[in-house]
Ligand binder design. Structure first.
Ligand code: NAD
Length: 293
């Protein structure tokens, strides 16, 4: 059976989703999707030949089975809820929500309804990350820093520990469950500048520092400094470029979940990681706001 799909929010991510749904990777689970339309708050012309439909239509049509939520982060929660309530599977761009408790609620709702709730994490598919993960396998961490820099964030993307959840996901995927020991936020609104610093500990009590720094003129980059027992890694390795795009890899994964091709154990592990990251993000926000006050 084909899975009728709708894309909600036509920004960078939404446009890539439409592109990928129109030309899915051959012989992959992504071929099971068939795009039926897109939803936007604006009135738009056809996008890549796909027609705009209303939210009501998207929620009510029997031939629509899955929604791709690609709006700003502040809107994700409401959209996910609406589509799950309407009996549709959901693929949402990270971060799923801007609080841990709402994510738990939504996950419970999906489970009750027997629906797939999938959070995109393209950062785990990047060649750099895959190579880094291979390079550190078997090494014992002593301490580390992940410092992300980038341009100012658009409005409605939430607190930096949520908008930057991709970096936190890297740390958790590489080093396991973490705890937050301290966090702070420096913000100069008039200069569109912000710097969040979070101090974390691994289960082996090794310190990790995560910094999100954004401002005009800051290039998009990740700076790493990882000290292991026998070696240091101070640069991201350049991984092997892959022919399949990052969002397409994610689409295949969502398709495989819908076809029951992902094991319960894998699903459980992924869900634990996602919820753990959102819980850490929540804690970082709380501690930062406390420090600021
Ligand atoms: P975006 O700013 O391009 O779009 C965000 C929202 O703004 C969309 O709902 C879009 O409809 C709306 N929008 C865009 N242009 C508009 C305009 N001119 N007028 C009115 N509304 C407009 O952001 P994005 O990069 O597509 O991010 C969307 C989601 O995807 C976010 O949750 C983000 O965290 C996630 N995400 C994006 C990427 C990426 O590479 N862009 C990667 C991973 C996750």
């Amino acid at each position: 059976m084909m899975l009728g799909s709708v894309v909600v929010g036509i920004g960078i991510a939404g446009s890539v989703r439409i592109r990928d749904l129109l030309a899915p990777l051959p012989s992959s689970a992504a071929e099971k999707f068939s795009i039926k339309g897109f939803v936007s708050r604006r009135t738009l012309e056809d996008q890549q030949g796909v027609k705009q439909i209303s939210m009501t239509e998207a929620l009510n049509r029997d031939d629509i089975h899955a929604a791709f939520i690609c709006t700003e982060n502040t809107n994700h929660e409401e959209h996910i809820r609406q589509f799950l309530e309407a009996g549709k599977h959901v693929c949402v761009e990270y971060p799923m929500t801007l609080s841990y408790t709402s994510a738990v609620d939504l996950w419970n709702l999906a489970q009750q309804k027997g629906l797939v709730l999938h959070e995109e994490h393209i950062e785990l598919f990047t060649p750099d990350f895959k190579q880094l993960k291979k390079d550190i396998a078997g090494k014992t961490l002593e301490e580390g820093t992940l410092h992300f820099t980038g341009g100012p964030l658009k409005p409605n993307f939430g607190f930096p520990s949520f908008s930057g959840i991709a970096r936190l996901t890297w740390l958790v995927d590489l080093f396991g469950e973490l705890t937050v020991t301290a966090a702070s936020l420096v913000e100069e609104k008039e200069n569109k500048y912000m710097k969040m610093t979070a101090h974390l500990l691994t289960r082996q009590q090794k310190p990790l520092t995560w910094i999100e720094e954004r401002g005009p003129g800051l290039g998009r980059a990740k700076h790493i400094h990882l000290r292991f027992q026998d070696t240091n890694i101070t640069e991201l390795p350049a991984g092997q470029r892959e022919p399949v795009g990052l969002f397409m890899q994610d689409l295949v994964l969502f398709g495989r979940k819908l076809q029951g091709e992902v094991s319960a154990a894998e699903l459980q592990e992924e869900r634990s990681r996602i919820l753990h990251c959102l819980q850490l993000a929540d804690r970082i926000q709380q501690l930062s706001e406390h420090t600021q006050a």
